[in-house]
Write a new protein. Structure first.
Length: 327
């Protein structure tokens, strides 16, 4: 979901009433769950709220807060800027919409669903995304790297690098662009010595890699590192029998194996299925895996979200395929 989509789902109280709904009918719709109150005075239909990703829900909250704001100096920051930049929030559910500005008082306002940060951002740290004032991508990544759990921070940083360095049409990764962005992150961090979370942020900036396509791949890479595997090759090209240009998520070269993270979307999302049924997608994946294993003479392991709950869980999953980190 982008900002325009989110705005299209949100209606103010005034807009609902202007459409002919009475105050009594509005109360009934809220009570019955047919519409969801995003914040005081702003609503979204139940179909536009239930079953959507955490990031999409928070983006709806952000655009509602933007519609209600009166202080033009307020900038959305942290997780609230992250969703505007279309960065993932891995296992993070924001409690508040986060804003910063010179007049904010650094307190949370639960009734308004806001967390104020009394920080004045320099102009170079501000951007406007489809009318939404936010911290820049670089500033946002640094803020997330300092404050989020390590797994979530890595997933967001990987996604940011993918935004700046991955060419989807050419299917290639611009290492120079990625390195430039990384240097910018590290430069910011060098000026923030002693700040909370700075050690983790430095690790995140150095470890991030935009070739990871999904948060699950980012976290898998982090856990593989924790388990003692050498840095794997990512999105390794492999030719199919009819010239197909396949890519394997992880080349575990130190142990002579392949690895892939299987998100549910691969077999359920229409964009991934591209007209195929889930059964057809599953059979094609099996055919692909068999070919790769046979041609490369390497073990091939697959794992899912439940297997990256911890390093121990991933270790156990890999052991089932006789894949172990070097001693």
């Amino acid at each position: 979901m982008d900002i325009g989509d989110a705005r299209g789902r949100v209606q103010s109280r005034a807009e609902i009433l202007a459409g002919g709904t009475t105050e009594r009918e509005l109360r009934r719709l809220i009570t019955s769950g047919e519409i969801h109150r995003v914040r005081t005075g702003f609503y979204v239909g139940a179909r536009g709220w239930t079953g959507i990703h955490v990031e999409d829900r928070h983006l709806i909250q952000v655009v509602a807060a933007d519609a209600a704001r009166r202080d033009g100096e307020v900038v959305f920051v942290g997780v609230s800027a992250a969703v505007a930049h279309r960065l993932p929030l891995f296992r993070v559910t924001p409690e508040y919409v986060h804003v910063a500005g010179p007049r904010t008082d650094a307190v949370a306002r639960p009734k308004a669903g806001l967390a104020h940060h009394g920080v004045s951002l320099p102009d170079e740290d501000k951007v406007v995304i489809d009318g939404l004032p936010c911290s820049s991508l670089s500033r946002t990544v640094v803020d997330l790297a300092r404050t989020l759990p390590r797994e979530a921070a890595i997933a967001a940083a990987d996604a940011a690098l993918r935004h700046v360095a991955w060419d989807a049409r050419a299917r290639c990764y611009d290492s120079e662009a990625a390195d430039d962005f990384r240097r910018g992150l590290l430069n910011r961090l060098s000026k923030a010595a002693g700040a909370r979370g700075i050690r983790q942020a430095r690790f995140v900036a150095a470890f991030a890699d935009g070739r990871a396509q999904l948060p699950g791949e980012s976290v898998s890479r982090l856990l593989l590192n924790d388990l003692g595997f050498a840095p794997p090759r990512l999105q390794v090209p492999f030719a199919g029998p009819d010239g197909e240009a396949w890519a394997i998520d992880f080349g575990l070269d130190d142990v002579g194996a392949w690895g892939e993270f299987d998100g549910k979307s691969k077999y359920t999302d229409a964009a991934f299925l591209a007209g195929r049924t889930p059964e057809q997608a599953l059979l094609e994946e099996k055919y692909r895996e068999d070919w790769i294993r046979g041609r490369s003479n390497r073990r091939f392991a697959r794992w899912e979200m439940s297997h990256i709950a911890s390093a121990a869980a991933l270790r156990q999953r890999l052991a089932a395929f006789h894949i172990h980190a070097p001693a």
